[in-house]
Design a binder for this molecule. Structure first.
Ligand code: PLP
Length: 478
């Protein structure tokens, strides 16, 4: 019954879209076919449920609702209030957080909102009270200059990009690396693991206002109790960006000191990666930080995407089920299977393995750059992304690594055996790819030559697995 409902709902929706712009309906159909036919191993992607996807396609998209629940700058927001309250309630209960803010449109928005909330709480508030000013509008231009200088002179310490951190954790070209005096911590050059002692020493020397923990490409868990200790020792606010591993926290795979929520002052996240929700962001905070995070709109954000907040509520509700906990555990187990599959075939992994959902393969041992490996894999229907490895000699564009993630294929039902086969297929492609040359015959970091017949062989083997684990199995478009 549900399958036929979903099939007819999407088929009819595509007809409606085609009546206005058939090319968009065609591209939408093709995207489903392409996603069904490829091995999606991008660590930040997943497949949201039809319920989550459908929730995004409604008239909530048409509603403006700047402000907060019950306190909007627009009339007629009663239903948005309902939706936002339910999403926030689910988020609080799912993660055991004191406060949840579900308005950020994306992970980057969540981080920017969190930074300004922390600045408001730690710098602006005390500054205004020292100046004896209750309302910012009462500040003279000269006072504004002083306040701006004070806000603009704060320090942020985050994980460096090549160690696995994210752009928004203080990377120079990102706004976070410009609005703060930034400094970065890395990983141990021998083991590739986070070195808490070195981090502590750097924090003591640098004395950041904000210590950021979290990653996009680090294949290991973090001890957040230690992170909090370090933050406390230097008087920093601990902000954890769990965008990548929120699903593993929600699914109770990361518990105790590996769960950031009891230790961080502020936790930011996306909802669309391992958490398997709609594209979006959210913030969890302690009661102390809640009032400043709640001012995200209008401080940083414009009107919330009400249709996406509704879909976040649906996704959070899904994540509160025992089925989701089973899924999250399988994501972590599958990452181990993939890592073991690579190691037994002689491949080199950053940190030597994984204990989250990410596996970072160093492709230099195949004589390739990340760019060459990514392209060759794509030719064989294996969708990944290239990624820097620590102290990467090929920089952030060509890189020396390929990042793999298990959330998406686990959603399709892949288990240990399939991930072992995935490792086999990847090694087959990479060991049959040679670095290429440019037009002048000089070595090139971008071009490559994939051996004859490899793409066909790998695509055929992938298709057998993908057919056994169809994406949206009951969904048939007419
Ligand atoms: N934070 C981390 C750790 C991420 O990995 C990402 C995305 O890759 C983001 C934030 C940004 O998320 P978004 O693309 O939704 O802005």
């Amino acid at each position: 019954m549900t399958d036929s409902l979903i099939s007819s709902a999407y088929s009819q929706a595509l007809e409606v879209i085609a009546s206005v712009e058939p090319r968009i309906a065609d591209a939408t159909r093709k995207e489903l076919a392409d996603q069904r036919a490829s091995l999606k191993l991008i660590a930040s992607e997943n497949y949201a449920s039809p319920a989550v996807l459908m929730t995004m396609g409604t008239w909530f998209s048409d509603k403006y609702a700047e402000g907060t629940i019950g306190h909007r700058f627009y009339a007629g927001c009663q239903n948005v209030d309902t939706v936002e309250s339910i999403a926030a309630e689910h988020a609080r209960e799912l993660f055991g957080a004191e406060y949840a803010y579900v308005q950020p449109h994306s992970g980057i928005d969540a981080n920017l909102t969190a930074y300004w909330s922390i600045l408001a709480h730690r710098v602006e508030g005390p500054w205004l009270s020292d100046a004896g000013v209750k309302n910012m509008n009462d500040l003279s231009e000269a006072d504004w200059e002083k306040l701006r200088a004070s806000l603009g002179n704060q320090r942020l310490l985050g994980m460096s990009l090549d160690a696995g951190g994210h752009l928004t954790h203080g990377f120079r070209p990102n706004i976070s690396g410009k609005m703060f005096h930034q400094n970065q911590y890395g990983t141990d050059p021998e083991t590739g693991l986070l070195d808490y002692d070195a981090l502590r020493a750097k924090a003591k020397e640098f004395k950041p206002l904000i210590l950021v923990a979290g990653y996009s490409a680090y294949p290991r868990r973090i001890n957040f109790a230690t992170m909090r200790e370090i933050a406390d020792e230097v008087g920093a606010t601990l902000m954890v960006d769990m965008a990548h591993f929120a699903g593993l926290v929600a699914g109770k795979v990361f518990t105790g000191e590996e769960n950031p929520v009891p230790y961080a002052h502020v936790v930011t996240s996306t909802s669309h990666k391992s958490l398997r929700g709609p594209r979006g962001g959210f913030i969890l905070a302690t009661e102390e930080y809640a009032p400043s995070v709640d001012r995200g709109c209008p401080m940083v954000l414009g009107g919330p995407l009400s249709h996406v907040m509704a879909a976040k509520a649906v996704a959070f509700a899904e994540a509160r089920t025992p089925e989701f906990q089973g899924y999250a555990q399988q994501v972590a187990d599958n990452a181990k299977s993939l890592a073991e599959g690579f190691l037994t075939r002689g491949a080199k992994l950053v940190t030597g393995g994984t204990d989250n959902h990410i596996v970072l393969l160093d492709v230099s041992s195949f004589g390739l750059t990340g760019r060459q490996a990514e392209s060759a894999l794509l030719d064989a229907g294996v969708v990944t992304n290239r990624n820097s490895v620590p102290s990467d000699p090929n920089g952030a564009w060509y890189t020396s690594g390929i990042r793999f993630g298990t959330p998406a294929l686990t959603s399709r039902g892949f288990g240990h055996d399939e991930f072992d086969t995935v490792a086999d297929l990847v090694v087959d492609v990479l060991s049959n790819t040679e670095a290429g040359t440019n037009k002048a015959g000089a070595p090139s970091k971008a071009t490559y030559v994939l051996g004859d017949g490899v793409a066909d062989r790998v695509t055929k083997q992938s298709a057998e697995m993908l057919d056994k684990h169809p994406l949206y199995p009951g969904l048939v478009l007419s």
